[in-house]
Design a protein around this ligand. Structure first.
Ligand code: FPP
Length: 246
């Protein structure tokens, strides 16, 4: 048995979301271009997906590209898209071998045709897998997600498809990109920054937040296990008192 610490399998976070931050700084520390950081970030993605599957996590959501990231230099955006296409192509077989289902959230219409095609292909070819659901947030912004949900619900009210009295949390949930995912239990951000950066604002309402001072390319199995054990040592009260939880 590996000596990483004891995870209580009865109390696993069902849904882990990660803000993968620090690729650029990791590269800079080594006197390299930012692209080098992203390339090594891909290795950390592969490692983390594998480790989440190994530790029986049901849902992993990765913030791979935000709506704001489109404002980065063109060459960096192109590199990220190229890495994405290459990874999708390369990892399809491994995803299937490990029973992992790929999913994507975000404004996917903004993705270059090549990326969208590859993404849809891998999503379709892994659709029947029943193990870990790996969701990539691409061209994702939480405010944009909420805005489109509000527009869709308003239009249904206007057209008498639903009444305004019917609008509850379930109705809102069903209009989000994440409609088929459970709420986030554990949100991890690497790189030492303590921000949410427009990621899953609705879905993290009761998530435990875990910030770690390690750049994304260095994030490894021990860091993941530490985060899970830290989560398991917290008391999640969902607004109730400790006594009520019994
Ligand atoms: C943050 O580091 C990272 C990103 C904006 C992108 C994450 C992308 C990858 C790990 C590679 C491709 C993804 C997949 C799913 C194959 P940063 O550039 O913001 O770093 P900095 O804050 O140090 O500048």
């Amino acid at each position: 048995m590996d000596n990483l610490g004891h995870i209580d399998v009865e109390n696993l976070p069902k849904h882990i979301a990660i803000i993968m931050d620090g690729n650029g700084r990791w590269a800079k520390q080594r006197g390299k271009m930012r692209v080098f950081g992203h390339e090594n970030g891909v290795d950390a993605v592969r490692r983390t997906v594998e480790n989440c599957a190994k530790h029986k996590i049901s849902y992993l959501t990765l913030y791979a590209f935000s709506t704001e990231n489109w404002k980065r230099p063109k060459i960096e955006v192109q590199t990220l898209m190229r890495l994405l296409v290459a990874s999708l192509r390369k990892e399809l077989k491994t995803l299937n071998e490990n029973n992992i289902r790929l999913n994507a959230i975000g404004n996917l219409d903004f993705l270059p045709g090549k990326v969208a095609k590859e993404l849809n292909e891998v999503i379709a070819k892994t659709a029947n897998n029943t193990g870990l659901t790996l969701t990539l947030a691409l061209s994702y912004g939480s405010r944009e997600e909420l805005k489109q949900a509000i527009k869709a619900i308003s239009s249904k009210v206007k057209n008498n498809i639903i009444s305004e009295h019917d609008i509850d949390e379930t109705v809102i949930n069903t209009h989000l990109y994440t409609h088929d995912l459970p709420d986030v239990d554990l949100l991890i951000r690497t790189s030492g920054e303590h921000r949410i950066s427009n990621f899953l604002l609705w879905q993290i309402a009761y998530a435990e937040l875990y910030f770690i001072d390690v750049f994304w390319p260095d994030f490894n199995e021990q860091h993941l296990v530490d985060a899970i054990i830290n989560y398991q040592n917290r008391e999640r009260r969902f607004g109730k008192t400790s006594e009520q939880l019994g």
